[in-house]
Design a binder for this molecule. Sequence first.
Ligand code: HEM
Length: 107
Amino acid sequence: DPELVAAGEKVFKKCKACHQVGEDAKNRVGPVLNGLIGRQAGTADGFKYSSAMKQHGEDGLVWTEQTVEEYLADPKGYIPKNRMSFAGLKDPEDVKAVLAYIESQGG
Ligand code: HEM
């Protein structure tokens, strides 16, 4: 859905300070978001995660539309002591849009 992707590109402005996605994406303050959906939490190559994020992945957390939505609704509530300094996205529609954008870029 091109409209959803366009809306998601706008939402992604909130993520861009820390995250990249796409062909030339690199880890920055936050991990690259390529291949996000279906990825075990805390496993982007070469990124130094908090132990909280790595532990959640080892305990079975996999990023899906639902788990990303729950995480972004309240990052510190969903994964206490994770290192993402971001208040989150309260509107599930924003999460849907940003994921559509991320997936359109190879995420
Ligand atoms: C981690 C998404 C905004 C910094 C993550 C993860 C996701 C995510 C899904 C887990 C990745 C993984 O397990 O590989 C997003 C989205 C954002 C956003 C969609 C915008 C809506 C930000 C911002 C910052 C940031 C603004 C910096 C101020 C980080 C850091 C981590 C992380 C440092 C790793 C946390 C840890 O290791 O505990 N983000 N993020 N993110 N993000 Fe974000």
